[in-house]
Design a protein around this ligand. Sequence first.
Ligand code: PLP
Length: 355
Amino acid sequence: MARAWPGVVEHYAEWLPVTGVTPRITLLEGNTPLIRSEHLAQRLGDGVALYFKYEGVNPTCSFKDRGMTMALSKAVEEGAKVTICASTGNTSAAAAAYSTRAGIESVVLLPDGYVALGKLAQALAYGARTLAIDGDFDDCLALVKAIAESYPVALVNSLNPYRLQGQKTAAFEICDRLERAPDFHALPVGNAGNITSYWMGYTEYHEAGVVDARPAMLGFQAEGACPIVAGEVCERPETVATAIRIGNPARWQEAATALDESGGRIEAVTDEEILEAYRELSGEEGIFCEPASAASWAGLKKLAAEGFFEGEECTIAATLTGHGLKDPDRAVEMAEEPEKAPNDLETVAKMLGLA
Ligand SMILES: *Cc1c(COP(=O)(O)O)cnc(C)c1O
């Protein structure tokens, strides 16, 4: 049998803080497609080659799986029997799946009454012990931290350093595929863990001589939740892009360093621009991602409108962080009702403009 993809921890073991005895807790995440844009790229300029890193096809349908395979591998190595996190979205889905895969318990704390049940369907399906706390999200986070300090449970929130290690493998995959680093890397920014991870990955490959340059990092926040762009904590973050509805990013400082060292940019895009980009990616390129992911494309269009890519031959990688079906309410809301038609060949052919 040909050697199958072993998951990111095993494939990139020499680049990660693991040894031969570290268990590989994997659902074969990573190795996601790098899809060349056929239809949208020309809007950025004639010389632009645009690639979408489609992270929605990971096992729990977001890039969080890259971090969680690493976090769980280390947690199990260190003897953990329980994981805990306070996310209501993609992190809890990944934490629950990888904990179950490891054969250990997972606990998800969330603020009672502030969580759409649909968002939790995955965590519940994967069997996470889910507690609705009489408090807000910050209370949950504080509880989770306190519990992890006092009891033998592994914290797998964005504070867990192994998650960044796992997530940096996406940058490796892009370089391995292109046989170089892109000139620009665009991605949405919430807690800013992912932009930190990509920069770490590109930097490690560059320092090892695998690639001879690093991209400029282009980060995009939602206008209603753009603390890094504004330079101050956002007290009431609000955006349709729930995965980046973050007012005080956990990795703010690291993101600032990545932007600075790479000569990058961070910009805000409006919900309207995000939803337009969301529609274009599925309707014109055939790639369905969740609203937060579409901030990548919305931001690139915004920079292009300022002439940012003009006259430049360049290669851009844009991460599409999660799958469109992650947010089924939005998907249905954005879709048009199907037209009613009779069960009649002639009429249907006429309606379709064929007859
Ligand atoms: C977590 C997440 C983000 C934001 O990533 P950060 O590391 O928090 O900046 C963006 N999109 C999706 C789909 C996510 O799950």
